[in-house]
Ligand binder design. Structure first.
Ligand SMILES: [Ca+2]
Ligand SMILES: [Ca+2]
Length: 416
């Protein structure tokens, strides 16, 4: 009897209010720990108690070859022993293993050339260390194969690439707005595809027609392609995808979901007439309270780990009272990954066969909306679905490694 009473008291303690077991783990630095407190308090109110652990604590408490390895071991311990469902990397990364939450660089040799420094955030939720041959080079498609594992979809992951307390405050305010005061009406069910590359028109069309529209049957979708938009006046394509018109699209507060397809650089999206949408234009955004989620295949727009900072995705996330709430973007070139490029590439041009990057973005939307998932869960379940291809193809291995979620992984893709 004593034993029973003892265990009842123990269970009561474990489920007592205020000490609910954390469902999310947020990693940041000692310096920024306090700045995250309002975010953490907010998440607890949302039923997602969040534990904060700093890289300084991790450095002391875990054994591993470097800080990234120690972070991975810490994350896995929290997943395996404490049932953590979301992992939030709460800070930017800088070159050479520096920054608030340093990224893990993995190496990729594909038909596009060799990349040695692809920031691979899925490494942190991996049960294996991505360096089977222990040469200190991570993610080698063949030599490290046995130690490479992809997400299984059970844990949501994202990085909020902030640098200081002001960034954290601005982002936290946006998350609270997103979760309490999401715009009424058609905002959430309106999706815009922009595309400035003619060869991509067919696959961008199919992204909606064959997939996202199925999850959002009452959705309102518009295509702003270089050759035709709903806002053309005298002739097809005369509404230009230029910076002024993009600012208008976002400031109109009527579109909650964007997919941008076209060229890009670290500092911005390239629109028609080689106009660049950069941080200068982000500063003209006034979409307070109406923060869209964005997917984009534009090269380098998610290059959060660069010496040059911010990348355009970071500008959009850090902007106070404006910009975006979450972005899935390539950290380097936005490549069309295919299993059999010589056969698949012409099919892409002709009939819109989707490559790995466009498939990732499309499934993120389709699954996230249909299954009512959070952003982090939607992207990791998408990667889980593509994992069999990544095991067979170095290009898909790169695809899964290089597309990171920038933003809070615990917010809904499609708030009700
Ligand atoms: Ca290796
Ligand atoms: Ca950065």
């Amino acid at each position: 009897m004593k034993k029973l009473i003892g265990s009842l008291i123990l269970s009561a303690c474990l489920i007592a209010p205020g000490i609910a077991a954390p469902t999310a783990l947020l990693i940041t630095s000692d310096e920024l720990e306090d700045a995250w407190k309002p975010f953490v308090e907010w998440k607890a109110k949302q039923g997602k108690p969040t534990k904060v652990i700093t890289t300084e604590e991790i450095e002391k408490s875990y054994k591993g070859s470097d800080i990234q390895e120690k972070i991975r071991l810490c994350v896995r311990e929290h997943i395996d022993k404490h049932g953590i469902q979301w992992v939030i990397l709460g800070g930017d990364s800088q070159l050479g293993g520096k920054g608030i939450v340093p990224d893990r660089d993995t190496v990729h040799q594909t038909r596009w050339g060799k990349n040695t420094d692809i920031p691979t955030d899925i490494y942190f939720i991996s049960p294996t260390n991505w360096d089977a041959d222990a040469d200190g080079v991570y993610g080698e498609f063949e030599d490290d194969r046995e130690a490479i594992s992809y997400p299984d979809g059970s844990v949501g992951l994202g990085r909020i690439p902030v640098r200081n307390a002001q960034d954290i405050k601005a982002y936290t305010d946006k998350v609270i707005s997103y979760e309490t005061d999401y715009p009424k009406g058609d905002f959430g069910s309106t999706m815009v595809y922009t595309c400035t590359v003619a060869g991509a028109y067919p696959k961008v069309r199919r992204s909606w027609d064959d997939h996202v529209s199925k999850a959002l049957p009452d959705g309102k979708m518009s295509r702003y392609f270089a050759n035709k938009t709903p806002w053309d006046k005298k002739e097809d394509g005369d509404f230009q995808l230029n910076t002024a018109n993009w600012i208008e699209l976002i400031n109109g507060k009527s579109v909650g979901k964007f997919h941008f397809h076209g060229h890009g650089l670290i500092e911005g999206w390239e629109l028609e007439g080689h106009q660049m949408f950069t941080s200068e234009h982000v500063s003209k955004l006034t979409n307070k309270g109406a923060y869209p989620i964005i997917t984009t295949v534009s090269c380098f727009t998610g290059h959060y780990d660069a010496a040059q900072d911010p990348c355009i995705a970071e500008s959009m996330l850090r902007a106070p009272d404006a910009g975006a709430i979450a972005i899935v973007a390539p950290c380097r070139e936005g490549k069309p990954h295919f299993m059999d490029p010589s056969k698949d590439f012409p099919l892409m041009m002709r009939e819109g066969k989707m490559d790995g990057t466009t498939t990732t973005m499309t499934h993120f939307w389709e699954m996230g909306i249909r299954d009512n998932l959070t952003t982090g869960a939607a992207l990791m379940k998408t990667k889980a679905g593509l994992a069999p291809k990544a095991k067979k193809s170095a290009m898909f291995h790169m695809c899964l490694s290089e597309l990171n979620l920038l933003g809070d992984p615990t917010i809904a893709v499609h708030p009700k």
